[in-house]
Design a protein around this ligand. Structure first.
Ligand code: CMP
Length: 587
């Protein structure tokens, strides 16, 4: 047994050999978002307690390759909440990775079309390609999202092995890995982040530790080459959702990217006839140029997606994360990867790597995702009912259109649809809000008005011309504008994506410059922590692009995961130290 480092983690394990220590070796099978984020957080947390680890990531694919060889088969949407959480963690998505910043959703139904814009008109959803782009791309212009995260993990110290794992076994309790090159020595921890589209899950099931892979269903994804100009004209920066009354189709989406539009269909037994029926629907046809027809040879796949959680995704020295453990139902799969990866890393570093540690530290996060998915099934059941009932579809459309037209402060239907389609809030939250008497009363009223002959026509808001550069998230401010005004109530904080700002304190009619902040820094956090007003004014110095993080999301996530605030506290502590020094110098 190894002796423990002088700065040990606070252990809870009953067997004192089942913890990570200085020099411990960790194997991560699968270098997608779950594996990369796990490694990233593992290094970060270990560093906080002065522990040095060695992490090997096994990933046979090269995400820098185009087509199936580099792809991770997914619609490629990074949800609004995940974009904000990653920014809070210090992970910003560059415009080389973000193919399009999404600022709105257009909902298409047979009874009409409505655009839903969030109250904060800002691009906080990222459309990305998981690999370097679909089959047929000659010169990739964008970087792969998965490659970007893997690089972050590599930057922290992970070793990448471009090898397929063919076997897993244990040597004296420590998991070993077999690839074509041979068998590794025992690892202190083995992490499975292989998704649900691989035979590697069998290897974990055969370990005999009780693991059973998650239940899945098939989806259909297809890449349509339309070119930047056509996409800008026809799709803008909006994600297009379809609630059509087509048998077997649950819902479908068109996601504009750089040169491609990704089409995602969810339903049962999606086959060629259903895909053809979708493309022939008038609501879909009007999204494309009149002379366009779906190409016969476009890059497409039918990957499995999770519909239920894995059984016992952990054992001594072993944990399964991301889709291999539990995912969010239909939406925000990468958000599920983030949550499970972080919870597993936190458990491994601060608690231990025994089965009991994962049961106490990791299982609750999986359970909370599973519970929420159960409510998600009810939410999608209601959506299905609306899809099949014309009067309800009309009522929903009328209510949403009325809210969007009047730019209501509390647009209940728009918020419920936004959060259901973007996966930005837990399903339990969406469900609770949709049971509110005002929501139900309004829906009933609009449904009845739609049935009565004199009823107002459902909204048909047209797409607006998109703003800003397509691959950039956040919002642009220019000199002369004010981002944050001293004395105002603060509802969000900001992360600078590009450019600079100045922080000014107004006192006795005079402006005192407190600081200049640049790319990667943040401001506006004080009002969130103190429940107070803005302590200073923040103005752009030239063009600046900032991404906001909502107070509600930020505070809710900190309750779930206090470590989220660590980076911010570190920075605030540094600011106090600098101020103390200046005060000392003045005296
Ligand atoms: P908040 O008070 O919400 O809004 C104004 C912001 O200015 C504040 O949060 C901080 O983010 C920032 N700020 C205030 N004082 C300083 C300082 N001395 N150095 C850097 N930033 C500051």
């Amino acid at each position: 047994m190894r002796s423990r480092s002088p700065s040990p983690s606070p252990l809870v394990t009953e067997r004192d050999d089942l913890f990570l220590d200085n020099g411990s070796r960790v194997a991560v099978i699968g270098g997608g978002p779950a594996g990369s984020l796990f490694s990233y957080f593992l290094f970060e947390m270990a560093e906080r307690i002065g522990m040095e680890l060695a992490v090997d990531i096994y990933e046979p694919r090269d995400f820098a390759k185009t087509g199936p060889q580099g792809c991770n088969m997914c619609g490629g949407i990074i949800s609004e909440s995940l974009v904000q959480l990653l920014a809070t963690e210090g992970i910003n998505l560059p415009s080389t990775v973000v193919q399009r910043g999404i600022d709105s959703y257009v909902l298409h139904m047979d009874v009409g079309t409505v655009r839903i814009e969030p109250t904060r008109r800002e691009k906080r959803i990222a459309a990305v390609h998981r690999g370097a782009g679909p089959r047929g791309v000659v010169e990739p212009r964008w970087d792969s999202f998965d490659a970007h995260l893997l690089e972050l993990a590599k930057g922290r110290g992970a070793q990448i092995h471009q090898e397929r794992v063919e076997g897993i076994d244990r040597d004296g309790g420590k998991p070993r890995i077999t690839t074509k090159r041979g068998t590794s020595p025992g690892y202190d921890l083995l992490v499975g982040s292989v998704g649900v589209n691989t035979g590697a899950l069998k290897l974990f099931e055969e370990m005999g530790a009780g693991y059973r892979a998650p239940g899945t269903t098939k989806t259909y994804i297809c890449e349509l080459l339309l070119g930047e100009r056509t996409i800008k004209t026809y799709f803008g920066n909006a994600m297009h959702m379809f609630l059509l009354n087509l048998p077997r189709l649950e819902f479908a989406a068109l996601i504009p990217k750089g040169d491609y539009v990704t089409m995602v269909m969810l339903g049962t037994g999606i086959d060629k006839s259903l895909v053809d029926a979708f493309f022939s629907a008038p609501e879909v046809r009007k999204c494309f140029p009149a002379d366009w027809s779906p190409p016969a040879d476009s890059c497409h796949c039918s990957p499995a997606i999770n519909i239920s959680a894995a059984v016992k995704p952990f054992a001594d020295r072993m944990v399964l994360i991301g889709d291999s453990g539990v995912s969010r139902l239909y939406k925000d799969g990468i958000g599920g990867a983030y949550r499970t990866a972080k919870a597993a890393a936190r458990t491994a570093v601060f608690e231990g790597v025994a089965e009991e540690n994962f049961r106490k530290g990791y299982l609750p996060v999986c359970r909370s995702l599973s519970m929420d998915n159960r409510i998600g099934k009810i939410v999608f059941g209601i959506t299905s009912l609306i899809q099949k009932t014309t009067v309800l579809r009309k009522g929903l459309l009328r209510m949403t259109a009325a809210e969007q037209e009047s730019r209501q402060r509390n647009p209940r239907m728009s918020d419920v649809l936004w959060d259901t389609f973007t996966g930005s809030a837990p399903y339990s939250d969406v469900f609770r809000r949709s049971l509110h008497p005002v929501f139900l009363g309004r829906l009933l009223y609009e449904t009845l008005m739609g049935v009565l002959p004199a009823g107002r026509e459902g909204g048909k808001k047209e797409d607006k011309v998109p703003f800003g550069k397509m691959g950039e998230l956040g919002k642009i401010y220019n000199s002369g504008e004010i981002i944050v005004r001293q004395g105002d109530v603060g509802e969000c904080m900001y992360f600078i994506q590009s450019g600079k700002v100045e922080v000014i304190r107004e006192s006795d009619g005079k402006d005192v410059k407190l600081a200049e902040l640049g790319q990667g820094e943040f401001f506006g956090e004080m009002a969130l922590f103190e429940k107070g007003v803005r302590s200073a004014t923040v103005r752009p110095l030239g063009e600046v692009r900032v991404l906001s993080v909502d107070k509600r999301l930020f505070l809710r996530k900190i309750h779930e995961d206090p470590a989220l605030a660590f980076r911010i506290m570190q920075k605030m502590s540094r600011r106090i130290r600098e101020l103390d020094k200046e005060l000392g110098d003045l005296r």
